[in-house]
Design a binder for this molecule. Sequence first.
Ligand code: NAP
Ligand code: NAG
Length: 326
Amino acid sequence: MAAAAEEQRKRVLVVGGSGYLGQHLLAALASAAHRLVLDVAFTHHSQAPPLPLLQALPSARAFRADLRSGEGFDAISPSFGQPHVVVNCAAISVPRACEADPTAAMATNVPSSLVDWLLSFGNDDSLLIHLSTDQVYEGVKSFYKEEDETVPVNMYGKSKVAAEKFIVQKCSNYAILRSSIIYGPQTISPVPKSLPIQWMDSVLSQGQQVEFFNDEFRCPVYVKDVVAVILSLAKSWLSDGKKVQVLLNVGGPDRVSRLQMAESVADVRGYNHSIIKSVPASSVNRGVASPSDISMDITKLTQLLNIKPISFQDGVRATLDAEANS
Ligand SMILES: NC(=O)c1ccc[n+]([C@@H]2O[C@H](COP(=O)([O-])OP(=O)(O)OC[C@H]3O[C@@H](n4cnc5c(N)ncnc54)[C@H](OP(=O)(O)O)[C@@H]3O)[C@@H](O)[C@H]2O)c1
Ligand SMILES: *[C@@H]1O[C@H](CO)[C@@H](O)[C@H](O)[C@H]1NC(C)=O
């Protein structure tokens, strides 16, 4: 009886669980763990995992692992076991950081050590869900589809394209998610990087005029929608055991410029639009090339998983409401 019950338990490993998406995903997994009979573990890269995260999610096991060297992965299997689902949220996710150190970007963002570890089990029992980016696209048209050519304009995008190719070549059971800008509430343990909506809110709240690009378009996606996509893919695999090889655009339903994003924040907060100054992206040198229009067509996502991401305006409201209540 005990052994049978043990066998029914499914193991989910979140690589990069200490990051922005990783923490939101862990929180959702923890609340679903009992119902779905899940054991949950995550990896971090810093010396110690964030303490508030450990305290909030006491049942999640933490392991230190380095994607670059592969150190740490071998130590996970003896105590946690082979995971049924691995979600790779780890990356050098800041384009400027990738541009400054291309070697680190490639070595970290192409998850060769993680994939080699999964292949070492010698079976197809693990589903790999890997986070890619909209920055694989060149940005010269609107509403990219999955089958469009990938032409990254910066190192971050290049490392992500290399990662996709590596996974497609090596793995037989995977989902690659090309995510747009992920926005939403702060994490249990606050992440060091600035969050897009909170940053816009904080600069606009000063009442001084701020410049926003009117010619860079994205389909920002609410973090809980990204989590829902991951959970849906994981649940399918855990229940029907059908292998997948899928590549999905993951964006919100709205194609918005940075200027329109700021206007949404101003509308929700009641700030005067006159402090929002419309400028072209070419007016600022950010030290890294940024694609102009990488808005995405999300038909495949909605058809395959039946998930409809919330509108940008609703997401901004939910984000700022959550900040007010925290
Ligand atoms: N956030 C967005 O708007 C966005 C948009 C599109 C795509 N994505 C992609 O989605 C994924 C998650 O993004 P995010 O915003 O959650 O990233 P994030 O907050 O920057 O988190 C990065 C994670 O990677 C870990 N990490 C860094 N270097 C590592 C290494 N050498 N070995 C192992 N782990 C390492 C970090 O560990 P420590 O915390 O211990 O340092 C952290 O857990 C990434 O692949 C990112 O490229 C994000
Ligand atoms: C917004 O600011 C402008 C310029 O300062 C001012 O003329 C206008 O009356 C303000 N609008 C509102 C609704 O406060």
